[in-house]
Design a protein around this ligand. Structure first.
Ligand code: PRX
Length: 633
């Protein structure tokens, strides 16, 4: 197994070694895995093209390391522990042996449907064990998985399928989420009606058993395809730098891009970071509440924990069903030792009252984690006191879809914790701050733009089908640096505090969204001439979505119009992108060159109009007053 640091001295030592001799440090970690062929060179890189390769020439299959490798020692240990949406239903568990067999059978079914190494397979599924099984099956045959969060709309799903020309979609019939029953297969059908010609097969898992339409020749039932397969499936030999998966994420411009992660480096770093951040010990039960549709689920529900031989919980439901005590009831029932969730969930549960958490026994918790967005001080203290209860420190983990794994975080019981601080970099991670000109911001008690100056094994390699976009987005702002898009502070002791995005990306309930993406969706409404979207502080969601809309014809019923906008956004992207506030305006404040002054719109949306700066140079200063007067508070 990869190194697990146990003390501050060991952390400092590991960090120093990882900086002085990164190749030696990571080669040592990589040695602990099963390689079909050892690598020839540990690292080759430049951030100019960019071109980053780890463990060059190595051959491996990540599923042999997630599964086969554990069979001798922990074959009968639970690998996946499934908690269904309905609390009255029994848990389902897969031991490592059972998971191995299920993955091999599914992999054989994929092969029988013509899926080969390098093919792309799209997933649109709820949080059921079959999702993890099929993702691993994909990796086993060398196909590239592209998991799409099952809350996205048919249009968003179609966009992603087309961008990566997937050959197959794996979905379920329906999805149980809280009291809702969502027709998953129907969304897939709607998406495929939008010219997704590359799709040859739809593999449908019967989840709830509801009625679905099956298209002859294209749609196949999981149980008919998988159950009869052999449980023996040799793992495809993958190059370290072969693609493992694509995961779409939003940026400041255009449509979401497919972030590409590769096999070798991702494997090494997710296992390493999992073991250190959560200090997982044999026999522990680990639970991350994310959805596998996001990077957190990829790295810290599936790959990291399984690589480390952990017992990982998969939860189908939502935090507030049947009531706001569900998370804590499950922690109590399953005797969870490490718990990992998002600030938006913490804030939502905090608002429901302490009685939901106080009544449960949380004494097994050793570490509680936070991820996805800045955690505010009040939520941090509530989480610390009500959930951590003095025996489980908070790890506020900062990272991104692009980083593949946790980058900056406290290590529980090893480094101290400070509210709202992600604290110190992981071994192997070299963050720096620069100013807007790219000059290094040195010393402590300073603020700047967060960059990383040296490659780490799980960093993105490209954006699918468009390497230039990857270069421009992450590597062109500052020479020889990976730019994260986040601003950060470094305190007097060198701890980092993430302030938030400095670009046009907003973070709503931990879901990352581009303002341009939401604007494009709103603009699909036939009576919208132009729109501008900004984020504003929201008590529960972290950020809410505020849309300013210029209309063509007068609307007699503004509420009805707003509902139409919400429907359009739901259709184009999904309900997670619905604006919280829609203000109809006659114009948008613009510079003389026609650029929307988002700074002003952000201030108005945040009810902070005290210092708007000089507006006299605007093309249309008069609209500022109108925008302020009509602001929705
Ligand atoms: O702004 C940062 C915020 O989430 C962004 C990355 O979003 P995504 O790629 O969806 O990945 C989320 C899960 C890893 C970052 O650029 N972010 C993530 N974690 C934190 C955070 N902001 C503050 N504190 C964090 N712990």
């Amino acid at each position: 197994m990869t190194l697990q640091v146990k003390s501050l001295a060991e952390y400092k030592d590991a960090y120093q070694r990882s900086v002085n001799d990164p190749e030696g440090f990571w080669a040592e970690q990589a040695e602990t895995f099963h390689w079909q062929k050892k690598w020839d060179k540990t690292l080759d890189w430049n951030f100019k093209d960019p071109d980053v390769k780890w463990f060059v020439g190595g051959k491996l299959n990540i599923t042999e390391n997630c599964l086969d490798r554990h069979l001798a020692d922990r074959g009968d240990q639970v690998a996946i522990l499934f908690e269904p949406n309905d609390p009255s239903q029994a848990n389902i568990s897969y031991t490592y042996k059972e998971l191995h067999a299920a993955v091999c059978k599914t992999a054989n079914a994929l092969k029988a449907s013509g899926i080969q190494k390098g093919d792309r397979v799209c997933f649109y599924m709820p949080m059921v064990p079959e999702l993890a099984i099929a993702v691993l099956a994909c990796a086993r045959v060398g196909a590239i998985h592209s998991v799409v969060f099952a809350g996205f709309s048919a249009q968003a799903l179609a966009d992603r399928i087309k961008d990566s020309t997937c050959k197959m979609v794996i979905c379920s019939d329906y999805n149980n989420r809280g009291a809702k029953n969502i027709p998953v297969k129907k969304v897939v059908d709607d998406a495929l009606a939008m010219d997704c010609d590359s799709i040859k097969t739809v593999l449908v898992h019967r989840n709830t058993g509801g009625e679905v339409e099956m298209e002859a020749g294209r749609d196949k039932w999981w149980h008919e395809e998988v159950d009869a397969q052999s449980a023996d499936c040799p793992a495809e030999a993958m190059d370290s730098e072969d693609m493992l998966f694509i995961l779409y994420t939003s940026g400041s411009t255009g449509k979401p891009k497919g972030v590409v992660h590769t096999c070798g480096g991702y494997m090494v770093y997710t296992c390493f970071s999992f073991r250190n951040v959560f200090q997982y010990q044999d026999g522990d039960v680990y639970w991350c509440t994310a959805d596998i549709g996001w990077i957190t689920g990829h790295s810290y529900i599936v790959y990291g924990p399984l690589l480390a031989g952990a017992t990982t919980v998969m939860f189908e439901g939502v935090p507030t069903y049947p009531d706001a005590g569900r998370f804590w009831e499950v922690c109590d029932k399953l005797k969870v030792n490490q718990f990992y969730t998002a600030p938006t969930a913490i804030r939502a549960l905090m608002a429901k009252g302490d009685e939901f958490v106080d009544k449960y026994d949380l004494s097994t918790l050793k570490v509680i984690g936070s991820v996805g967005e800045p955690i505010n001080e009040e939520a941090w203290h509530w989480y610390d006191e009500k959930v951590g209860r003095g025996h489980a420190p908070i790890v506020d983990t900062w990272w991104q879809t692009e980083t593949g794994g946790i980058m900056i975080t406290p290590l529980p019981g090893i480094t101290d914790t400070k509210p709202c601080f992600a604290s110190y970099p992981m071994p192997g991670i070299q963050p720096i701050l620069v100013d807007s000109q790219g000059a290094l911001v040195e010393g402590n008690d300073v603020e700047g733009l967060l960059c990383v100056k040296f490659p780490w094994p799980s960093m993105l390699r490209t954006t699918y089908g468009d390497h230039e976009r990857c270069r421009i987005t992450y590597f062109s702002s500052f020479e020889n640096l990976y730019f994260t898009g986040d601003g950060a502070r470094r305190d007097a002791d060198g701890r980092y505090r993430i302030i938030g995005r400095v670009d046009d990306v907003i973070n709503v309930s931990g879901h990352r969204m581009g303002t341009a993406e939401v604007e494009n969706a709103i603009d699909e409404h036939p009576n919208v001439v132009e729109s501008a979207v900004v984020g504003y502080p929201h008590d529960i969601k972290g950020q809410g979505i505020y849309a300013y809309v210029i209309i063509g014809d007068p609307v007699p019923d503004e509420d009805a119009f707003r509902k139409e906008i919400l429907a359009v956004v739901t259709k184009e992207i999904g309900p997670i992108a619905k604006p919280d506030k829609i203000q109809i305006v006659s114009g948008l404040p613009k510079t003389r060159s026609g650029k929307i002054m988002r700074r002003i719109l952000r201030k108005v949306a945040s009810s902070d109009t005290s210092n708007l700066g000089d507006i006299s140079t605007l093309l249309n200063p008069e609209v500022v007053e109108e925008v302020i007067n009509g602001a929705l508070v």
